[in-house]
Design a protein around this ligand. Sequence first.
Ligand SMILES: [Zn+2]
Length: 212
Amino acid sequence: MAHYRKPLAAAVALNTAIFVPEAIAGFEAGSLSLIMDSVHNFSDELALVFLYLAFVLPQGLSRNLVRSANLFSSVGLIAVSGLLIWQAVDRLLHPAPVLGLVPIVMGLAAAGANWGIVCLLRRPGRDNAAIRLAYLHNVGDIFVSLAPVVAGLLVTVMGRYYFDPLVALLVAFWFVVSTLRAVIGAGEELIWPEKIACGHSHEERPATSSAG
Ligand SMILES: [Zn+2]
């Protein structure tokens, strides 16, 4: 299963290489939309790490462990998003300077990183349902990471700082709703870790080499 491990490890590395600089740059530039995208990419980091562990650990991951970890992280992520929503509302009422160029450049870099993850997961995703879900999720994330780019462009072109918290607010609401749906059990996000847990049982087609 080395052919699953390598692309998954690379995907985790690439995701780390983007969500950390995004958070730092977001704080430096005063861009809430960039910080929000960092929080979102961090949430995907957890899912990618679980996916990786499911293939590395000899017994895979227990369904209960994945479910508990997912619930725990979801509550934390919703709390962080709530904080961001509160900050964004405050910024809408009292606009503060935003360095528009930073979310433009970093958002493009994040979209590029998500595209890189999509490329890494495309091939293994053909044989494995869990990786395919991660792949499909990241296809959507290419576009989500363009939200801070739009915010930065609006701030720069229109000269209005409030576009940044406005975009952050929209993304945060979307993120909270999709995370809540996952917790309640109606969303795709729940299926994703579920499939990770049982990823071992139906991971390969018989025709594939058993050497991995
Ligand atoms: Zn995502």
